[in-house]
Design a protein. Structure first.
Length: 430
């Protein structure tokens, strides 16, 4: 029996068959066969989604043999890739061409199609999510047809498919708008939460990329300020890089969180000790090396996008909720910022947004915490990240997206038989 499990280990499914296509023709044939037999098809990327968005009991499609750069036009910065390429491999390929993506999240092992389909984003008040960098797409629709789309060719499908949730077809290729490779000066330093919130707009507007991680049960955050500089990278010594990104952010945290999982009453004290270890760290490196970091410690995550103007109140309410709940929260709360866009099911659709991400160490219960977080974010008009845990349904989600019906119309057009559905899509799309 085929069994698949996601990165966090909280989602498991048993596909009837697993396919590893190596061409668009093979992708199309998989869909045609499923449509003919009334079966379903789901593509799985790196499995980093915490929801069951990639689960299926039909045909699972793994794109490990369909993961190359197809073409690159360096002048305008247009690069076409197959859907299965990981962001890590793409970053390396772009760097060799003297190009880069203008922004990234912190996970490099996601596939490009998986990252786009769930609305993955980084941070930067003037920059949108990764999907806003898409210039064209090729998708295999519900009858096995291959559809090309862009702003001028099938523009309605293009608009929706940039954050498609895997509901509109199998993504074959993606053309991305890239920028000349650039260097970032990264400054990570401790700040007091109340001080950050008091002048948050200055931090967000005053940096190309700003985010902060708040340690619950403490008054401290780790603030991250990344800004473009006109100079060559100054890569850290490999030992220093390993110490900062592997030992401190993974090995040491893993040990501390394991103690907290076994002895929950120790968590506030552990968190206070961790914040004392935060020092100001500066580096100047290639952009993608600053944006992405190894993630060796496994956890469960909920993330909500709220209007940027509402985030200060949301964080304060979240702190009050944690303090009053008696919950012992050991993983920092991450806050990031993204420009609004025009994509129907983007979490930033129609508004500049802030994203609040809450985590629980793998193996600990999360429902009480996440339901409390969701109440706070929902009251602010929050929209859940499609790849992260939430308790919403189509009924509760529809009013939050001005272009909800636009997406549904496109879905009916390209997949009327629901070849690409699964329980998650039935729940969140209806």
């Amino acid at each position: 029996m085929n069994q698949w499990r996601n990165w966090a280990g909280n989602q498991v499914c048993a596909p009837t068959t697993v396919e590893h296509p190596a061409s668009v023709d093979e992708l199309a044939q998989i869909v045609k066969s499923a449509a003919a037999t009334g079966s379903t098809v789901k593509v799985v990327g790196a499995g980093h989604s915490f929801t069951d968005i990639a689960c299926t009991n039909g045909t699972q499609v793994v794109l490990d043999r369909y993961a190359s750069v197809v073409s690159a036009d360096v002048g305008p910065g247009l690069v076409t890739v197959q859907a299965g390429i990981t962001l890590g491999a793409l970053n390396e390929a772009l760097d060799s061409l003297g190009l880069a993506l203008a922004n990234l999240g912190d996970i490099a092992y996601q596939t490009v199609s998986g990252a786009l389909s769930t609305g993955t984003h980084g941070t930067g008040a003037e920059l949108g999510a990764l999907s806003t960098f898409v210039e064209a797409m090729e998708i295999v629709t519900g009858d096995g047809s291959v559809l090309h789309c862009s702003r001028t060719e099938n523009p309605d499908v293009f608009a929706a498919a940039r954050v498609g949730l895997g509901a509109l077809g199998l993504v074959s290729t993606i053309t991305l708008r890239c920028v000349p490779a650039f260097t970032l000066r990264a400054v990570n330093e401790p700040m007091r939460l109340d001080d950050v919130l008091a002048v948050l707009d200055e931090h967000v507007s005053g940096n190309d990329h700003f985010e902060f991680n708040w340690f619950p049960h403490t008054e401290w955050v780790q603030a991250k300020q990344n800004n473009r500089v006109d100079q060559e990278p100054e890569s850290r010594a490999r030992a220093k890089e390993w110490f900062d990104e592997v030992f401190l952010e993974n090995v040491a945290l893993n040990a501390a969180w394991r103690v907290g999982r076994r002895f929950p009453a120790s968590i506030p004290g552990i968190s206070r000790q961790l914040t004392r270890a935060i020092t100001r760290v500066e580096s100047t490196e290639k952009s993608y090396k600053v944006f992405t970091t190894p993630r060796l410690v496994r956890f469960y995550e909920m993330e909500y996008g709220v209007p940027r103007a509402a985030v200060v109140d949301c964080v304060r309410e979240l702190r009050a909720f944690i303090d009053a709940s008696g919950l012992q929260i050991q993983v920092p709360v991450e806050v990031r910022f993204v420009a609004g866009d025009d994509i129907p099911l983007s979490m930033a659709s129609g508004r500049d947004s802030a994203f609040v991400a809450c985590h629980v160490f793998q193996g600990r219960g999360y429902e009480q915490y996440f339901r409390g977080v969701e109440r706070i974010m929902a009251a602010a008009g929050g929209r859940p990240h499609w790849g992260k845990l939430h308790f919403q349904t189509a009924e509760t989600l529809a009013p939050r997206y001005p272009q909800w019906d636009v997406f549904q119309k496109v879905r009916d057009q390209v997949d009327p038989q629901r070849v690409f559905t699964n329980p998650y899509l039935d729940r969140v799309l209806g």
